[in-house]
Design a protein. Structure first.
Length: 174
């Protein structure tokens, strides 16, 4: 195995003619929602795409010691200005792997119910974000259909949320 590329965020290894991407940590994404099932989305600057895109707050732990739930709370605060002190409010969903053919790293999903007051009294977000928005389920579904909300792992998080809230009902096969 030889490292073909290495930087602060990831390395690329070559082993038996197969390339593997190793990120320094797993990733976290969080869906914040109100009692009315309005969702907080952000318009994040994505230089590689040369534009800003809609997604849920997300990011990486600062180091290997930062717990994923703490990372979720920190990213929510940094990207939206919504401060959550009680980490027990976060609900953990299953983790997913966005590229199992190339990486072992996972994305850890969380949701949190926030009040309208928490949203309206949020503080300033960091400069990686152009916009923080509260949208309805219908509005987000429309954005997905139009290709304006297209990060696959964030769409998976939205599906977890819909299933968790019984917004999508399914019958268990016998």
């Amino acid at each position: 195995m030889t490292i073909q590329h290495k930087n602060t965020y990831f390395n690329v290894e070559l082993k038996n003619k197969f390339y593997q991407i190793n990120f320094s940590t797993d990733h976290v994404a969080v869906i914040a929602h109100t009692n009315q099932n309005e969702l907080v989305i952000v318009k994040a600057k994505r230089p590689i795409l040369k534009k800003s895109i809609y997604e849920f707050p997300s990011g990486n732990p600062l180091n290997l010691k930062e717990k994923f739930v703490n990372c979720a709370a920190r990213e929510l605060y940094e990207e939206t200005g919504i401060k959550i002190k009680n980490k027990k409010r976060f609900k953990k969903y299953s983790k997913v792997n966005p590229m199992p053919a190339r990486t072992k790293n996972n994305i850890h999903f969380y949701s949190i119910k926030i009040t309208k007051k928490e949203y309206l009294t949020r503080q300033i977000h960091d400069d990686e974000i152009d916009e923080v928005k509260l949208v309805s389920l219908e509005s987000l579904i429309k954005k997905i259909k139009q290709g304006n909300f297209f990060v696959t792992s964030h769409i998976a998080l939205f599906l977890f949320f819909l299933l968790d809230k019984n917004i999508i009902n399914y019958k268990k096969s016998k």
